[in-house]
Write a protein that binds this ligand. Structure first.
Ligand SMILES: [Zn+2]
Length: 303
């Protein structure tokens, strides 16, 4: 009797999905919503958030526009955020959400962080090997792709290097733009699911005039098939973001602009005469209310 190996592969994949809880419809695979966005020539907002109120604001903003949303947590927040607790919270909120919600590990440099995120149910991970030379970045990324794909988790990687502007807590990048030929080779040799391309945006807010190379973006889009990711959405002029989406960007990362709005609201609140008597729940509710329109602006812009 011949064994139908294809059927067994299907069983194994469903087993992995069950371990990850993907059959319960609580979270969606990031790759699925990005491929859909790519077909529609739209993009999905990925909000870097770290707590209950900011997750709630992101999901509400997406619901208001009836768009999917990606909740992202960077490795740099692991020391202060309970990763497993955060994942459980996002799943519970996603289960009640009216729109698809994905959970993404942003900028991870350590294999250990990637495995930890996969184990607790993240639906995609970003391995950032951009500080390494191309060959080394490819070898490291390929290894991560192999592990993540076994667990049914999709992978983002970066080539070129996004520089750091103001108000950002990201690693300093050297601002090297992505070479389209390198991008083509990188995707083919690593099997990565989506690619962060450096086209001149910065992490955080711009300190001068943004110099974003949309022509380069078109060349990268023509060289690779996978959805492209724009890091450094904050402070980028709306018309440039919209143009970037029309040229193949399917995921836009937003962190700093939301953080600035939240801190501004905290300061405004603190300046009120009776602020010291306020309850923390009231302060946090005000912050949530203040950042939701900022998030909604991005969701709407990408649709
Ligand atoms: Zn980034």
């Amino acid at each position: 009797m011949t064994i139908n190996r294809a059927a067994f592969r299907g069983l194994a994949a469903r087993g992995a999905a069950r371990v990850l809880g993907e059959t319960d419809n609580m979270l969606v695979n990031t790759k699925d919503i990005l491929l859909e966005a790519q077909q529609q020539k739209k993009a999905v907002a990925a909000f870097n958030v770290t707590n209950l109120e900011t997750v709630q604001a992101a999901v509400s903003a997406a619901e208001q526009e009836n768009r999917p949303v990606i909740i992202a947590l960077g490795e740099r927040y692991f020391p202060t955020v309970d990763v497993e607790g955060f994942s459980a919270m996002v799943r519970a909120i996603a289960a009640k959400a009216a729109v698809p919600v994905a959970l993404h590990l942003d900028h991870a440099y350590e294999k250990q962080s990637i495995v930890r995120a996969i184990r607790c149910g993240f639906t995609s991970v970003m391995f950032d090997g951009s500080k390494h030379a191309l060959e080394r970045n490819m070898a490291l990324t390929r290894d991560i792709v192999e592990i993540a794909h076994m667990a049914g988790v999709s992978v983002e990687a970066e080539i070129g290097s996004v520089a750091r502007g103001a108000f950002s807590d990201e690693e300093e990048g050297d601002g090297r733009l992505t070479d389209p030929e390198d991008a083509k080779r990188f995707v083919a040799e690593t099997g990565v699911d989506f690619l962060a391309a450096a086209i001149g945006t910065v992490h955080g807010m711009y300190t001068g005039e943004p110099r974003i190379d949309l022509e380069l973006l078109t060349r990268i889009r023509d060289a690779v098939r996978v959805p492209l990711v724009l890091h450094g959405g904050s402070g980028t002029p709306d018309e440039i973001i919209a143009e970037a989406v029309s040229r193949g960007i399917c995921k836009v990362n937003v962190n700093t602009e939301v953080s600035i709005a939240a801190v501004a609201e905290l300061l405004r609140f603190a300046a009120k005469p009776d602020a010291a008597r306020s309850h923390l729940s009231t302060v946090m509710a005000e912050v949530q209310e203040a950042i939701q329109p900022v998030m909604r602006k991005f969701v709407k812009l990408l649709a």
